[in-house]
Ligand binder design. Sequence first.
Ligand code: NAD
Length: 368
Amino acid sequence: MSTPSLLILAGDGIGPEVMIEVRKIIGWFGANRGLKFDVTEDLVGGAAYDKHGTPLTDETMAKAQSVDAVLLGAVGGPKYDKLDFSVKPERGLLRLRKEMDLFANLRPAQCFDALADFSSLKKDVVAGLDIMIIRELTSGVYFGEPRGIFKEGNERVGINTQRYTESEIARVARSAFEMARRRNNKVCSMEKANVMESGILWRDVVQEVHDAEYPDVELSHMYADAGAMQLTRWPKQFDVIVTDNLFGDLLSDLAAMLTGSLGMLPSASLGLPMANGRPKALYEPVHGSAPDIAGQGKANPCACILSFAMALRYSFDQGDEATRLEKAVENVLADGIRTADLMQSKDGTPATTTEMGDAVIRALDASL
Ligand code: NAD
């Protein structure tokens, strides 16, 4: 097989800082595990706007469409706040997601034992937590028509439309069932079938796809509000959760925060398989460009490093190597090496971004 290709879009703020550490990790896998990648880099967000006057050029978009996976840092920053909406840094990211048709957003909520104290929940509720939320990302109320603010008599009315077709539901349901088969074989689908027709259709289609194609996977249904309660009460009851764009937006943030810091959270957005069988894919940390700490060597690179681990698992079929990298991060944390975001105020001197990346490399060396 030809060398797999990776497009790196480091972006703005702490994006380029954390991406330097990921480049080291990619180099390590090439040198030590025979996993070579054909890596190209390009601009996105404010960095692309500064150079080209647009947050994503057509050339970069075409590259993103042609590679095996895209790895993105973060976009945005106060410098760009006053720009017209059409050229804001975030538009670059939205264009990537839309044109690559990345309909399945994977948000793991995994609690490393060493960080269990960081959760706002009790330690025994979150220690060892490992769940995956799959949020539908390209349809639903954020995209449905009609939308807008209209005049109705003497007052204005704001309208958004929740709209899902059967095929949009079916494809994200398949992503969830496939994911469950790689994990603990359980899917919980969440909607509001009690008050929304789109929720009734969602429940029906998920059940139909299950019965026809994935009868071996355990499927349950839950109303999304009850799901939010259960996620805070006893999150370990879940394995894979699949839900729509709006509920997924809320539930994935809620679940992620069960585990502690924004600096630890990876994500993947996947589309349909390409000709080579790999899904269209974009991997990125959940955090933004963190302008308050950019350029100071304070950023935690783990979220971006763990996003690369997701790429190893979901784009390159290297589950064992992904686990090796996740374990390396876990061991670094267990050794007490922490960036500032993972420390209590009197915990001593925090590691810099570079020191954290180097510690992960040492832990990888130790895994050989
Ligand atoms: P943010 O995620 O950038 O930062 C929130 C807080 O978390 C800040 O205090 C920051 O210092 C901290 N933080 C974030 N990542 C960290 C890391 N890796 N290590 C240590 N601390 C970390 O969110 P924000 O401040 O609301 O947004 C800043 C900019 O980022 C805005 O322009 C926003 O639009 C953009 N943004 C981009 C993305 C993306 O690129 N996907 C996501 C969210 C926000």
